[in-house]
Structures are given as structure tokens and as C-alpha cells.
Design a protein around this ligand. Sequence first.
Ligand SMILES: [Zn+2]
Length: 249
Amino acid sequence: MSELLKSDALVLDSIRWKDSSKIITLFSREYGIIKVIARGVFRNKSAFAGKLESLNRVEIVINSRSSRSLQILTEADVIDSYNAIRPDMQRLPYALAILELVRQTIRESHSDTIFYDFIIVLLDAMKTSQTPAIMFIYFLLKLVSFLGFRPNIDECQVCDKKPSSDIAYFSLEKGTLFCEECAEGATMLRKIKSDDLDLLRKLQNFPHRKIAEFEVNDLPAQYFIDLLIDYLNFHTETNITLKSLSMLI
Ligand SMILES: [Zn+2]
């Protein structure tokens, strides 16, 4: 028995398969990460021509049979090809890095429509944001929460006070803060300036529907990204590699 399944989906990546086909990895709203075969993509007049580029948001129809490990893509219609992001080397690397993280941290076939919709909101915000790195850092913060490791950056885990000096420490191991007085002897700490901590707190509590309006003067983007990726690696026991970010100019 086969059935037709429909879903909104983002194209994560694709590889050529046999002469004229592609195996596409999709992050779908209804079914999570799935791999499908698009037959005849490379033939002239293929109905899939140009539709299955990485990052495209598509409406898909899949012919699914439980006895097959790969399902067959029968239709794809482009909802958004993100032309406001694609040619922009300040934006595209961050958008692709979100997809890389989805691929590397979300289990196959684990679907979550709220998380999917959240990513679509971020990609839309990235089209107009003056600081596209914000969308990516915000995504990282929400991803670690989604995976069950929401960091507590409000107060020191020992004395329960909001750190008052210019420097505090974030524990990669515990996902909590240590103030300067309480940090002695604790391990796996990263130094964090109070201004940066304030910014991270503000971001963590910012409503995602308004994220395009988030304003920031001085963003230590690479510092935040390294901190959150190290935190993610520690807790998921993975070794995330983000090739897209090396394209940043
Ligand atoms: Zn303390």
C-alpha cells in the first residue's frame, strides 16, 4: 500500500543519484527530516527543474510506502526561494547554517510543526534584518532550549544573585552562570562580559515574531556563536561543523 503525503518543507541538500535523479534531504513540517528520490531531475523539461535547490521552501507531495527506505517525490511547488537572502553573502551563510544545524541536531523523522514554523519566521526576518547574525544566534539559543538544555543566564548558580561585576562565567557543563566570587574551583567556564550577558538575556526573552526588529549596536557574533556551539556540542555529544559560515565576507 502506498499513500500520498503532503507537506511544507525546506530543501536541506541533495546528491545526484544514478543518471538523472537526485536524492533530496528535506526538513518537512509534517514529517521532520526525510529523504526522497526526485526522478528525472536532470532531464530536459523536468517538472522539478530549479525547484529543489538547497534552502528553497517547497510544498511537496510524496508517494510513500512503508516497505521502501526512500520515498518518491511526485510533486514540488516553490513557496519561497529566498531571493532576498540567496545572493547576499551577509545573509546566505547564516540561513544555510540554520539548515546545517537542523540536519546535524534533529533526529530523522522527528517532526515538530511549531519548531518548523519558528524557522520559517526566522528566515523571513533574515530577508530584511540589518543584522542577520542575530537571527542565527537567536536560532542557536532556541535550538538548545528545544533540545532540552535551556541555559539559565539570569543569576549565579551558587549565590542566586545577578552577577554585579563586569565579568561573569558561563558553565558549559551546567548551562548556568557563576559570578566572579563564586567561580573559584568550577570547571568548564567561559568568561562573559556583563554587557554581552545582558544582550544574550534580552535575546533569549525576545518574542520570535518580532525578531526582525531586534536592535543591537555592538554584536560579538563570533563569540556568541562559538559559545553556543561549544555548549551544544557538549550536551548533544556531537561535533557540529558549519561549513556555510566560512563563506561570510
Ligand atoms: Zn555567586
